[in-house]
Design a protein around this ligand. Structure first.
Ligand SMILES: C[S@@+](CC[C@H](N)C(=O)[O-])C[C@H]1O[C@@H](n2cnc3c(N)ncnc32)[C@H](O)[C@@H]1O
Length: 271
């Protein structure tokens, strides 16, 4: 792919989703677009770009963003955040809080929001509280995997037998007789709502106030301008005392949003 073409594709990724693709991502972008082109029967990237730019329905833009997004994730990634989350749930429960609103802002294929829901169920008697966990992502493909809530043995490798039994149901799909698949139990899935949402386009439609926001390992794709707008909006949506966790490799340096750092990747809105 030549430089001009790459520049045009990366401009679309930035303008529509805030995703920054440096030139060292050319090969990656090319491989991902090639797959989409094959399924549409286009032979050149020029042809595909023209199709993408002239598709007034916006459907191809959704497909394009699906194909370039990196959905890498796993259950209980950066595990300390789930301990912190559980501690805050207990603290708020002691203060007689009964309504909890949680947001998982880059839910990918679901492992993160289900880890949140499992932690919630292991911390609180969920039937005695008003709990809603919103899980959003820009990728419709990732979200449909998330909504199905079914994972292979391999994906569950860091969940011990006891946790599996409590939170998942095992089944063997007709089409893959040798595979075992684990589906998240309905009682956990019912805590969650999945929605497509573009983090690069605040303000967001949620009413808030939110108690706890997980916005992890997505800001790495954004520049400082998109990050600042995103974090300012999260700070607005949090309740006083509410918590934001970001990825271990991320930081809020240079972003004045009024949140106070409790630990390197954990922030609180002052009471
Ligand atoms: C690397 S995954 C991180 C998943 C999870 N938060 C974790 O920490 O394991 C990044 C996710 O961010 C999503 N994403 C990228 N740009 C986005 C945007 N503008 N709005 C919403 N989600 C976005 C991608 O689709 C992908 O699922």
């Amino acid at each position: 792919m030549n430089r001009n073409l790459f520049a045009r594709f990366s401009e679309i990724a930035y303008d529509t989703a805030g995703i920054c693709l440096n030139e060292n991502k050319t090969a990656l972008l090319q491989a991902r677009i090639a797959k989409r082109m094959r399924s549409l029967d286009f032979r050149t990237a020029d042809e595909y770009l023209n199709f993408l730019e002239t598709d007034e329905s916006g459907d191809e833009l959704v497909q394009f963003l699906d194909s370039i997004s990196t959905n890498y994730t796993y259950f209980f990634r950066e595990e300390d955040h789930f301990d912190i989350y559980s501690r805050f749930l207990n603290y708020w429960k002691k203060q007689e809080q009964t309504r909890f609103r949680i947001w998982c802002a880059a839910a990918a294929t679901g492992e993160e929001p289900y880890s949140i829901a499992i932690t919630t169920r292991e911390t609180l008697d969920v039937n005695s509280f008003d709990i809603k966990i919103l899980a959003t992502d820009i990728s419709t493909k990732a979200l449909s995997t998330a909504m199905a809530g079914a994972y292979s043995d391999e994906k569950l490798k860091n969940i011990d037998e006891d946790h599996r039994r409590r939170n998942f149901e095992k089944f063997t799909p007709e089409s893959h007789r040798d595979d075992r698949v684990w589906q998240v139990k309905g009682s956990i899935r019912s805590l969650l709502t999945f929605k497509r949402l573009n983090l690069a386009e605040p303000p967001f439609p949620m009413k808030g106030p939110l108690d706890f926001v997980f916005c992890r390992n997505v800001m790495i794709y954004f520049d400082q301008y998109i990050r600042r707008n995103l974090i300012t909006e999260i700070a607005r949506l949090l309740k006083p005392g509410g918590i934001l966790v970001i990825g271990h490799s991320e930081n809020l340096r240079g972003i004045e949003c009024g949140l106070v750092s409790l630990a390197p990747s954990v922030y609180q809105k002052p009471e």
